[in-house]
Ligand binder design. Structure first.
Ligand code: FES
Length: 85
C-alpha cells in the first residue's frame, strides 16, 4: 500500500493522512484516530491496521497489504459481518 492509498475505505482516509495525524497529535488510544476524518468509525475493518500504525515508532515503516488485497479482504470481512447480524 502506498501513502496515497486509502487506509480507511469507508471514509476515504489515506495512509498519508493517518501517518500525519499520528505524528502531529500523538494519540494515546486507537479510538482517537476517529478524529482523523472519521477513520475507523465505519465498518471497523481498518481498526487493527490503524492500531498497528499508531503503535509503531515510525508508522511509515509499517508494511500493509496491497490496495487490491486490502479491499478484497475488507469485502470478505463485511460479508461475514453481515452474516453475523
Ligand atoms: S474501512 Fe475504516 S471503518 Fe471501514
Amino acid at each position: 500500500m502506498d501513502d496515497d492509498d486509502e487506509l480507511c475505505l469507508c471514509f476515504h482516509v489515506t495512509k498519508r493522512k493517518v501517518i500525519q495525524f499520528i505524528r502531529v497529535n500523538r494519540p494515546k488510544v486507537a479510538s482517537q484516530l476517529s478524529e482523523c476524518y472519521g477513520a475507523g468509525t465505519g465498518c471497523g475493518w481498518c481498526r487493527p491496521f490503524l492500531k498497528r500504525l499508531m503503535e509503531e515508532e515510525d508508522p511509515a515503516s509499517v508494511e500493509l497489504p496491497s490496495p487490491e488485497t486490502y479491499a478484497l479482504d475488507r469485502s470478505e470481512y463485511r460479508r461475514r459481518s453481515d452474516l453475523d447480524s
